[in-house]
Design a protein around this ligand. Sequence first.
Ligand code: UGA
Length: 500
Amino acid sequence: MIQNITCIGAGFVGGPLGAVIAYRCPNISVTVVDKNASRIDSWNSDALPMYEPGLSDIIAEIRQRKNMCNLVFSCEIEKAIHEADIIMLCIDTPTKKFGIGSGMALDLGHIQAAVRTIADVATTDKIVVEKSTVPCGTASRIQDLLVSGSKGNCKFEVLSNPEFLSEGTTVTDLLHPSRVLIGCQRTETGRQAAEKLAEIYKRWTSPELIITMDQWSAELSKLASNALLAQRISSINSLSAICEAVDANIDSVVEGCGSDPRIGNKMLHSGIGWGGSCFPKDVAALVYLARSLGLNTVANYWNAVLEMNEDQQTRFVKRILGCMQRCINGKNIAVLGFSFKKDTSDTKHSPSIKLVRGLLVEGATICVYDPMVSESQIRTDVSPSKDDSTRLRVFSTADEACANADAVVVATEWDEFKTPEALLASHQVNLINGVNGSETNDVGMNGAHEISARKKVDWHSIVDNMKQPAFIFDGRNMLSSQYFENLSCRYVGIGYSSRW
Ligand code: UGA
């Protein structure tokens, strides 16, 4: 009987995962540990260290439980390992920055350190679960480290149980997973461990969504899922370049292709390229895996997905320049949105970084506004040269960022940036898809309320305060071109030719 679960790593995966297990399994004690004391302090305060719609609500609900709060955030890593029946490794695996595989392979340093601590501290049998994205074959390496490092007689079973949550919809994804993959050793004890983990998920997930397989397949499925999704977006972005060159419309092409149910229209939204903590590093890791297996054609195939993404970002900056008479030196350009997508404060590999750098280098003054990203984060990410630094300005409202601008670039699809028609259309889609319906109401959507409570951008007044001719560059194809043409603006989106 599983009584104690420890999540090592209180980041984007460990924090929400621990909270959802505690929320759904009141009789299991969940401890989320991290060596970063200030991060743990934030989890223990009302200001959580990350923004995720619905998360603060479920944590508040767990804390208000009359009998006992079963969710603890702590720095006492060894104690939590000692007490745990199941240990979830929710540790970051950044791209390696040195040595062999630099820039491509995943760095397992943090995971290895945690596994050594487990081997050192454990005095009872443990099930160790890989939640982090890891290179294929890591489960058996972890098993080896645990067995060779263990001082006692305890037995370890390592499971691969990759996480498929997306930032911004983490809580909903955890509560309503599309599938749960559990990779185990092909042994009786391996299968028993997988069954114990499956029992936890079955408290809120239908059994047919739980798929058991070998560890290698589970690890590869995680890399492959992200690579396939990134490949779809790169594919549609490659077609957007053709559309711009020939006067076709990418949204029509998406409709034309996506109406085939074998293709579908999800993850086919063309934009300024994909970012985030996962796609860039997982596609790179797949390229590295293929190269290290001597499969060069396979590696080149996936590398093209990365190259296409770089090209999409560069092409957008060139397009802005091209539309503005090839010179933005001395001009004011507002950039609305800095996170890599809406509803998250995460800026990892955000296309906005390359965008802002590209515009600064051309001599423009860049005025950034993002509802969730701090000025210090933006400055750290852009890391402008001394010369460029004074021309990078960060504002706390869209109105201020856009005042006196020659151009406004929408770089993240935050709802508050939508034009009234686009907002209405997305509400209708949400109603059809049941978003904010009964499925998500069970967690409360505090974050969603925060967003809707924020002031919607008043495009009329923004355009009134811009210099003429006023350019709107829509890097997310989320605004209505007609709306801006009615305001006498020069509207430029992605994936269709522009008159300017
Ligand atoms: C991604 C996957 O979608 C999750 O299934 C996976 O669990 C997660 O990585 C992970 O490995 O942890 P995430 O990076 O949070 O999730 O974000 P996505 O919603 O997939 O978006 C990734 C990037 O693609 C963003 O920059 C987004 O703006 C862009 N995107 C997405 C598009 O340009 N077009 C689309 O149609 C969809």
